[in-house]
Every structure is written in structure tokens, then in C-alpha cells.
Design a protein around this ligand. Structure first.
Ligand SMILES: Cc1cc2nc3c(=O)[nH]c(=O)nc-3n(C[C@H](O)[C@H](O)[C@H](O)COP(=O)(O)O)c2cc1C
Length: 334
């Protein structure tokens, strides 16, 4: 079965790869990921807070005061990991590049168009074959208009693109007023890939200790549905290749994403839960299903369920919405 795909201009034997996560911290794990057939290795992010003087200073201040006043520090994430400088990150890229034969995708994560973006170039110099740019931003300023938030995203992308010659993917949040417009603007600026989506981790409140508790819950397949919708809407309308991140746990999930238009399928929670061999199992199950259903290649499947032929995607979404609500009524009636 020909599972080959093109993602970010990279020719890959199949679309399955680990998404950005600490899996790459351990070289044995990186080798196991390659052995199990990962099509590429996506690095965890180098965060703006690890680079930028101003933000690093804020983090150090928070750490210094952690024990001296009781409540405020709990509003901030524990930052000792983030106070590590960027050099070990670059060194890890070099190490991984020397150890594996598959493409290595670096990851930069931040929100301002300032000096830290120079690290895009350094990530390229360290040997990365491509770069994923992650905007994890919660727009908290009531004075900032939506358009300004979008503009910031575009400005950061434009700067990074000017710094490097390797392909650049943008990992986005779905929480834009007009996500399709943001995606199309990035596409117009030359994004090589769009990764749908970032997961937002919602901190919880411990009412006994009055602390804000950062809670990392792994995903399940239900999170894929939001990704499927947007892959299907964008597929065929943007030149950028599309990656899915979030909610892929099984071969069926992976094939749904490909049918909706994904060129690359990233997995993190599934690999953290079941180990790197999960990649191989999913690939084998995909091949079996595709043979049974007389597919010859992944490309035949790619985008087959996109909304390209739908004359009015917004009306289609409304129709589905009404159908879903009515389906509940009909199942609950005697
Ligand atoms: C422990 C952990 C660490 C992560 N670190 C990063 C990171 O450094 N950069 C990033 O862009 N995403 C990071 N992510 C998000 C994942 O890349 C991915 O987008 C998310 O987990 C959804 O995919 P999944 O449903 O397959 O887990 C991390 C996720 C987990 C669980």
C-alpha cells in the first residue's frame, strides 16, 4: 500500500508522526520512535520565556517569591523548566539529527514579534528540516481588538519566515473569530503547513488550598471532531499542507483526518498512554482497512471528505447543526 504523503514539502513514506512533546527528551525514545516507523520527529517547543530577557526576568521574580506570599504565585505556572536557556534545546536537535534518518521538525512557541524569533535561524542551523511555530496565546487584554491579535500572529509568522529557508508550519488555536480568514492570510504569506490545533489546558481551582491547579489531561478521540471540521473546510482552499494534532488515537481516527484533508497526522496522548509502538499498530491497521476497501494509495483518500464540492459550507454546517439537535429529539421520543 502506498501511504506516501507530502507534508511541508517533505516527502514522507506515511503521515504518522509524534507531535510536539517531551518524548524527544530521551534519545532511547527517539530511536524507538524511528524504529517503529515515525515519518518525522517533531521536537517539543523552545518557549519564548526560555529566551526573552524580559519574560525570563518575570519568571525568575515569580520563582523568587514563591514562598514569601501565599496566593499569587499559584496563578503562575511552575517555571523552573522554562528558566533553562535555549542552548540545551539546540544541542538536542543536533543530537537527534545525528541519531536518526527521518526529518526533524523544530518548534518555537511564543506570542510576541521580538528578538527571540532569531532562534528560528538557530534551530535551522542546528539541523532542523522544518519548523513548527506555535502561537499559544490567550487574549486577555480587553482593549485589544480581535484584528490586532490576528495581526500579531501574522507579524510573527512573517518575521520567522524571513529568518529561515526551511519550511515553516504554524500550529494554531481554533479560537479566532474567523479562523478561515487567519488560515488563508497565513497561507497567502507562504505558510508551508497549518497544524490544527493547539490544545488549551484549562487550569482548575482547588477550593481547599485556594490554589490554581494546572491540570494536564490527555486527549481522547472526541477532540478530533473539531479538527475534522476545519480540515474539511480548509482542504483544497489553501496551498499549505495540513497537519492534524489532537484526538488521534486509532487507525480510524487517522483515516478520518486524512479523508478530511490531513497530509500529516500527529499523535501525542496515544503515544504517552500506549508507547511508541502505537504508531506501527495504527499504520498496520490503516493498511489492512485500506486493502479491504480497495484503496491503492493514501492520496486517493486524502481530502476525499473535504467540503470543496459543497457550494455553501456555512449552510452545510447549519444544516448539520439542526440535524444533530433533531436527532436527539427523535431518539428520546417513545
Ligand atoms: C506533556 C505534553 C507536552 C507537550 N508539549 C508541547 C510543546 O512543547 N509544544 C507544542 O506545540 N505542543 C505541545 N504539546 C501539545 C501536543 O503537541 C498536541 O498538540 C496535543 O497533545 C494534542 O494532541 P494529542 O491529542 O495527540 O495529545 C504537549 C502535549 C503534552 C501532553
Amino acid at each position: 500500500m502506498d501511504l506516501s504523503t507530502n507534508y511541508l514539502g517533505l516527502s514522507l513514506p506515511h503521515p504518522l508522526m509524534p507531535g510536539a512533546s517531551p518524548l524527544v527528551d530521551d534519545m532511547d525514545m527517539v530511536k524507538r520512535l524511528e524504529d517503529t516507523g515515525a515519518a518525522a520527529i517533531v521536537m517539543h517547543s523552545l518557549f519564548e520565556e526560555q529566551i526573552s530577557g524580559e519574560r525570563a526576568h518575570t519568571l525568575r521574580q515569580i520563582e523568587a517569591h514563591t514562598d514569601s506570599f501565599s496566593e499569587a504565585p499559584s496563578f503562575f505556572p511552575c517555571c523552573s523548566a522554562l528558566s533553562v536557556g535555549p542552548e540545551p534545546y539546540l544541542e538536542q536537535i543536533r543530537r537527534i539529527k545525528a541519531a536518526v534518518h527521518v526529518p526533524v521538525i523544530g518548534s518555537l512557541n511564543g506570542t510576541t514579534a521580538t528578538g527571540w524569533l532569531d532562534y528560528a535561524r538557530m534551530i535551522q542551523q542546528a539541523g532542523a528540516d522544518a519548523l513548527e511555530l506555535n502561537f499559544y496565546v490567550v487574549a486577555t487584554d480587553p482593549q485589544e481588538q480581535g484584528q490586532a491579535v490576528e495581526q500579531r500572529t501574522l507579524d510573527i509568522f512573517r518575521k520567522v519566515k524571513a529568518f529561515v529557508t526551511i519550511p515553516v508550519a504554524v500550529k494554531l488555536s481554533p479560537f479566532f473569530c474567523s479562523f478561515a480568514h487567519v488560515a488563508s492570510q497565513l497561507d497567502g504569506l507562504g505558510a508551508d503547513g497549518l497544524v490544527l490545533f493547539n490544545r488549551f489546558y484549562q487550569p482548575d481551582i482547588d477550593i481547599e488550598t485556594l490554589e490554581v491547579v494546572p491540570r494536564l489531561q490527555l486527549s481522547d478521540s472526541s477532540e478530533l471532531l473539531l479538527r475534522l471540521r476545519w480540515l474539511a473546510i480548509l482542504s483544497g482552499h489553501v496551498r499549505a499542507t495540513l497537519g492534524v494534532s489532537g484526538g488521534v488515537h486509532t487507525a480510524v481516527d487517522a483515516m478520518k483526518a486524512v479523508m478530511a484533508g490531513a497530509h500529516a497526522v500527529q499523535l501525542v496522548s496515544a503515544l504517552l498512554q500506549h508507547g511508541p509502538d502505537r504508531l506501527k499498530t495504527i499504520r498496520e491497521e490503516m493498511v489492512r482497512w485500506m486493502e479491504e476497501h480497495e484503496y491503492h494509495s493514501l492520496r486517493q483518500m486524502q481530502g476525499s471528505m473535504n467540503l470543496m464540492r459543497c457550494p455553501d459550507p456555512a449552510a452545510f454546517e447549519r444544516a448539520n447543526y439542526v440535524r444533530v439537535l433533531h436527532s436527539w429529539r427523535s431518539t428520546s421520543e417513545p
